[in-house]
Design a protein around this ligand. Structure first.
Ligand code: FAD
Ligand code: FES
Ligand code: MG
Length: 355
């Protein structure tokens, strides 16, 4: 990356300066912000050091190559279905592909005309081809809309890489617990931990066999792979916490645990590891809107203090997260989300009826 330009943006034009759109996150007095644009430019890779003056003027140093940014469409290069309701796609995003690190995510918007932003983990990347890999579960309106797109279609905006990368080191023996679609964010982390010399024991859990994905990938990355399904249709009939508990009783006990999956799963994994004092990192999947620390949508309580998952995370020491509050906040818009999904499906059914 090279220093591209230095701009002065007043608060009145900070959303439309130089024909670009920015959002600035003020997190500390001396602030590290993500400069993110959601519309005119297709990519958003800008980290800027800012200070806020009494006149609300921000000095922004952009560390991006704008020429390159303007030439990047976010085309879906390939797309396939991995399991029931689980899809993967390679998306053109060369700058993100070059810069991303395990643990980071993007926020995408499908259309400029309508729609919402959703965060998805960068499950992999090919810097040579300039693509990033997304793996997502169809759960509501936007993930369904994404699943309905085809290779060649374009996304209106992909912002990233967002969030702090995973702290990777040689811990010794690491247990990676991946539940449901948590396997997507876990894969690049487990791979990086393996490369760093760790012994990897993976627990891969799903409700049922047809929802289990990435088994071969984890078999390649792991020294030991334990598969569980809630209904016993494949692997061991158990919740992931059962083998985790057994592994924690081994002598010597594991040095580190990573747990990614539904909030309730991460909460119970942390209950298991807290008792025997094994450090446990979780990757939180709170509701996100801007991804810059401004909207507060992703706020959690961590060690009694407020934190924003988008800029302070997404990974945290799981023993300090207030999961009960987090789960309450995840359900805050359930009614609206359900309605939006129903409307989308209804509109989809009408396509072609007027011909
Ligand atoms: P909706 O019906 O609108 O929502 C279903 C549920 O998803 C909601 O009840 C809420 O709990 C959650 N949700 C809704 N809107 C958002 C939002 N804007 N941001 C976050 N959560 C939301 N899912 C994957 O399948 N693969 C991933 O790799 C992945 N990575 C993620 C990484 C991060 C950092 C975060 C925070 C979330 C990630 N998610 C991932 C979850 C994904 O963002 C949600 O499933 C998606 O936003 C749901 O959108 P929807 O419109 O289809 O569903
Ligand atoms: Fe808005 Fe984190 S997503 S503050
Ligand atoms: Mg939604």
């Amino acid at each position: 990356m090279r220093l591209h330009s230095s701009l002065r943006i007043s608060d009145t034009d900070c959303f439309s300066s130089s024909n670009l759109r920015y959002q600035a996150a003020k997190t500390h007095k001396k602030t590290l912000i993500h400069a993110i644009k959601y519309t005119n430019l297709p990519d958003a890779l800008g980290y800027a050091l800012t200070t806020w003056s009494p006149l609300d003027i921000i000095d922004v140093l952009f560390v991006t190559n704008l020429k390159e940014l303007t030439q990047v469409p976010h085309k879906i290069v390939s797309k396939s279905q991995l399991a029931e309701n689980i899809f993967t796609a390679d998306i053109e995003a060369p700058l993100i592909a070059r810069e991303r690190k395990p643990g980071q995510f993007i926020i995408l918007i499908i259309s400029n005309e309508y729609g919402e932003r959703i965060p998805l983990t960068i499950a992999g990347a090919d810097p040579q081809k300039g693509t990033i890999r997304l793996i997502w579960q169809r759960v509501g309106k936007t993930t369904t809309e994404l699943a309905d797109m085809k290779p060649g279609d374009q996304l209106a905006g992909v912002a990233g890489p967002l969030g702090k990368p995973t702290h990777i080191e040689n811990f010794g023996t690491v247990v990676c617990v991946a539940g449901g679609i948590g396997s997507a964010p876990m894969l690049p982390i487990a791979t990086a931990l393996k490369t760093a010399g760790n012994k990897i024991i993976t627990i891969l859990g799903a409700r049922t066999k047809k929802l289990l994905v990435l088994e071969d990938d984890f078999a390649n990355t792991s020294d030991e792979l334990i598969i569980t399904t809630d209904d016993g249709s494949y692997g061991r009939k158990a919740l992931v916490t059962e083998p985790l508990n057994e592994l924690c009783q081994r002598n010597p006990k594991p040095d580190q645990v990573f747990a990614i999956g539904p909030a309730i799963m991460m909460k119970f994994c942390c209950d298991v590891t807290k008792k025997i004092d094994i450090p446990t990192v979780v990757s939180l999947n709170t509701i996100m809107v801007d991804g810059t620390g401004m909207c507060g949508g992703c706020r959690i309580e961590y060690d009694g203090q407020p934190k924003f998952v988008c800029v302070d995370g997404p990974e945290f020491d799981g023993h300090k997260v207030n999961f009960d509050l987090m789960m309450k906040r995840l359900d805050a818009y359930k009614n609206q989300e359900q309605k939006a999904h129903e409307l989308y499906e209804k509109e989809k059914c009408k396509i072609g009826l007027d011909k």
